[in-house]
Design a protein around this ligand. Structure first.
Ligand code: ZN
Length: 87
């Protein structure tokens, strides 16, 4: 896929453009390609957002009620005694 640095045929801005897949005479920048109404029918949009594949991280196990109470107590005690430090 060739990337040109030219004027977008759609909005006229000087941007990095690619040749439109549907209309071969059209050079389209990333913004116009993404906003294109034909995108849903476009077999291969010139600009595709490729997000780096990230493994889904396992959701952390929820904090138990006791643990939550303990943390709240701990934090509240810190608020009540701002000067003191319990190491
Ligand atoms: Zn454009």
């Amino acid at each position: 896929m060739t990337i040109y640095w030219e004027r977008c045929s759609v909005c006229g801005r000087y941007e990095a453009v690619r040749q439109c897949t549907l209309y071969k005479d059209v050079l389209v920048d990333i913004h116009c390609c993404i906003l294109c109404v034909k995108r849903s029918v476009c077999p291969a949009p010139a600009w595709r957002i490729a997000l780096p594949a990230k493994p889904v991280t396992q959701a952390r196990a929820g904090v138990s009620v006791e643990e939550r109470k303990r943390l709240i107590d701990e934090l509240t005690s810190l608020l009540e005694k701002p000067g003191k430090k319990n190491a």
